[in-house]
Write a protein that binds this ligand. Structure first.
Ligand SMILES: Cc1cc2nc3c(=O)[nH]c(=O)nc-3n(C[C@H](O)[C@H](O)[C@H](O)COP(=O)(O)OP(=O)(O)OC[C@H]3O[C@@H](n4cnc5c(N)ncnc54)[C@H](O)[C@@H]3O)c2cc1C
Ligand SMILES: NC(=O)c1ccc[n+]([C@@H]2O[C@H](COP(=O)([O-])OP(=O)(O)OC[C@H]3O[C@@H](n4cnc5c(N)ncnc54)[C@H](O)[C@@H]3O)[C@@H](O)[C@H]2O)c1
Length: 486
């Protein structure tokens, strides 16, 4: 067994771990980055990037199919070639992975090590059975992994997760998707638009990160126009039959028990943090529901007696906001604090922003409806816009969706928003920036709004909210002052 002594050890060379490495290096050369799996990060290999590549192909197929509605007729059959689709997904994915691997290659070989890390004590890590690392400070940046309930294992080899599908050479004919969360919705709609027969099953009625019931119901109706989605499914059986998957379920509308066969069962039922495999009990940390207790501003964990530990936790591993930009921010913060320990600093945390790349997109920012409705009912107000009559959305045949904005009575502060709407990624950024600047709804309405743009829909929702806050005039219907459809 080799023995090493370092100032800072970082477990995991994903997006958070790489950020932690560069921040810790600003304080000391005595840093080691430990990776137990392949280099390349979850985001580039099996996450953000390949999923967006598959969605890009699906959007293209969708636009081509929709072209005749504009009078643009594409003669002949539209042929989605699954092998070509997957070849591009993998080629571009590999390009992104190579970029990450290049940056890892630039790290001094002495400062990185391959192998699975476990705690031997609060300041000692074992790397497989070949190295013992004594580290003054440790950053846990081990990410998360797909997990699924036991009954899905009956699908045998036909059970797949996001770790598998971006290695496919071709598209399947059919797929049953369990879990209408963020991963599931993006993949189910993309596969459906690429011609795959999709059925999607949930358990508790939730759809993605939407907590606002009006938006959830809208999204439920909309997705069901494209593919079968039952967010509260009654699944009776899953079996592996003739090298396919057989799912028996109660069909949503007919309430009949139906048995259908699929090529694959895709489990997108959540991604718990990679904490269990760390022998975390030997780190002697204070735990809550199997996770180390940590401070979100410093990412520092606590010892069992409640005093600060020299262990930090960043990225999906801490489960707070399992998103790429948060993993990267948290990695830098944890690495900086591990480097400067014990003189640690509170880091800047941004306003919450999530985007789901379905069509229409789902986005949330600031406080969610679930947080808002915890308040006294007379302390907030809600404004909304339905995109059905929104001018630019109608021009683009993207006039579907609902945007709801929340504001504080008395102060007029903008509190947050949830939306299911066209190009919501852009509207959500504007709203997140206003939220972080702590703007009032009235201040937001003082900003320029170009015509004809989707942002005019946002202005309608803000005017509606300002009126509900009793800080602006009541909404006028068919108000044409700002141009048609605004
Ligand atoms: C299909 C999919 C689509 C996504 N799309 C988006 C998106 O569009 N936008 C967005 O913001 N986010 C998206 N995400 C989420 C985003 O990918 C993650 O939040 C982000 O990659 C987390 O980074 P991380 O560094 O915490 O984890 P990772 O990148 O997973 O890094 C953790 C690393 O730790 C290693 N490791 C684990 N345990 C050990 C151990 N004991 N010893 C040594 N090494 C270990 C792992 O091998 C891994 O390399 C998506 C996720 C998925 C699955
Ligand atoms: N666009 C993005 O930013 C993006 C894309 C993908 C993933 N991510 C990140 O990855 C995280 C993990 O995503 P995820 O979709 O794996 O998890 P998730 O927690 O978002 O969704 C899991 C879904 O599975 C459902 N579910 C649980 N048990 C089930 C069962 N037995 N049968 C059917 N459904 C069941 C849950 O109700 C939920 O809807 C997200 O929280 C997100 O932060 C982000």
């Amino acid at each position: 067994m080799q023995e090493r002594r370092v100032d800072v050890a970082i477990i995991g060379a994903g997006s958070a771990g790489l950020g932690a490495y560069s921040a810790a290096r600003a304080h000391t050369d005595s840093v080691i980055l430990i990776e137990g799996g392949p280099y390349g990060t979850t985001c580039a290999r099996v996450g953000c990037m390949p999923s967006k590549l598959l969605i890009a192909a699906a959007e293209t197929a969708h636009h081509v199919r929709d072209a005749s509605a504009y009078g643009v007729h594409i003669d002949g059959d539209i042929n989605v070639n699954g092998r070509d689709v997957m070849a591009r997904v993998k080629r571009e994915r590999d390009h992104f992975v190579e970029g990450v691997i290049d940056s890892v290659d630039n790290i001094d070989a002495e400062q990185r090590i391959r192998g699975h890390a476990t705690f031997e004590s609060p300041d000692t890590l074992l790397i497989d059975d070949h190295t013992r690392i004594h580290a003054e400070r440790i950053v846990i940046a081990t990410g998360s992994s797909p997990d699924y309930p036991g009954f899905l294992k009956a699908a045998g080899e036909r059970l797949v997760t996001n770790d598998d599908i971006f290695y496919w050479d071709d598209l399947p004919e059919s797929i049953a998707v369990f879990g209408p969360g963020v991963v599931g919705l993006e993949l189910a709609q993309a596969l459906s638009r690429l011609g795959v027969r999709v059925r999607m099953f949930g358990v508790n009625g939730t759809i993605g990160p939407i907590s606002d019931p009006d938006i959830r119901d809208y999204a439920d109706r909309y997705f069901n126009e494209e593919f079968y989605l039952d967010p509260e499914a009654d699944t009776r059986n899953v079996a592996h039959v003739d090298d396919r998957v057989e799912v028996t379920f109660v069909e949503r509308d007919s309430q009949r028990e139906v048995t259908e066969r699929f090529d694959y069962l895709l489990a997108t039922t959540g991604r718990p943090p990679n904490i269990k495999g760390l022998d975390i009990d030997r780190a002697c940390l204070r735990m809550h529901e199997d996770l180390p207790v940590f401070d979100r501003y410093t990412l520092q964990c606590q010892r069992r007696d409640g005093t600060p530990a020299s262990i930090f936790i960043a990225g999906d591993a801490n489960t707070e906001l399992p998103l790429l930009h948060e993993a990267s921010d948290e990695g830098h913060l944890a690495g900086d604090n591990a480097g400067r320990y014990p003189d640690i600093r509170a880091g800047h945390r941004r306003s919450m922003l999530t985007v789901v790349f379905t069509d229409p997109q789902i986005a949330t920012t600031g406080q969610t409806w679930a947080e808002i409705e915890q308040r006294d009912s007379d302390s907030y107000a809600i404004g909304e816009v339905d995109f059905k009559e929104q001018g630019r959305a109608r021009v683009m045949r993207q006039n579907h969706g609902l945007l709801r904005v929340y504001g504080e009575q008395g102060s007029g502060l903008f509190l947050g928003a949830e939306m299911f709407g066209p190009q919501a990624e852009h509207l959500a950024h504007l709203l997140a920036w206003c939220h972080q600047q702590r703007m009032t709804v009235a201040q937001m309405l003082e900003m320029p709004f170009y015509h004809p743009c989707l942002e005019e829909g946002l202005r309608t929702a803000l005017r509606d909210l300002n009126a509900a806050l009793r800080m602006g005039p009541a909404m006028a219907r068919h108000y044409m002052e700002n141009g048609p459809g605004s």
